[in-house]
Design a binder for this molecule. Structure first.
Ligand code: AMP
Length: 117
């Protein structure tokens, strides 16, 4: 069972922000912004490339509710998912990073900046 499934099953503690039957939002253990929340489907999906449009519809509504609940819906935030190895995904359970609470930098560096992709 993956680490985020263990969090869903309450085998590993988490700092919950919001949840419903299908989704869970909790604070990232190593925040990279003043607010750094992870939003996941409770049912295991490996990554964005494998998620259904139906699940994404629910996740979108849930993410909007989370932003409103923590008060960054008006000030703004970044919602990103790292997909697969080149995307830098470390946990193999789909998750969106909700980053906010201050002006964010935009840095999309990669290992070889000269290689044309
Ligand atoms: P990614 O690199 O996109 O797969 O992001 C994984 C994220 O999960 C990182 O930001 C980690 O800090 C975070 N993380 C890993 N384990 C935990 C945990 N037990 N509770 C909260 N966040 C975690």
């Amino acid at each position: 069972m993956c680490i985020f499934c263990k969090i869903v099953n309450k085998e590993i503690p988490n700092n919950t922000v919001a949840e419903n039957n299908n989704f869970l939002a909790f604070h990232d253990l190593y925040p990279k912004a003043p607010i750094h929340i992870l939003i996941i489907p409770k049912q295991h999906v490996d990554c964005f490339q494998d998620v259904s449009p139906e699940t994404m519809a629910g996740l979108t509504a849930f993410a909007q509710e989370v932003a409103t609940k923590i008060g960054i819906d008006k000030t703004g935030y970044r919602l990103i998912t790292n997909n697969g190895e080149d995307g830098g995904q470390e946990v193999g359970h789909l998750h969106f990073h909700m980053l906010g609470g201050g002006k964010l930098v935009w840095d999309h560096s990669h290992e070889d900046n000269h290689k044309s992709l």
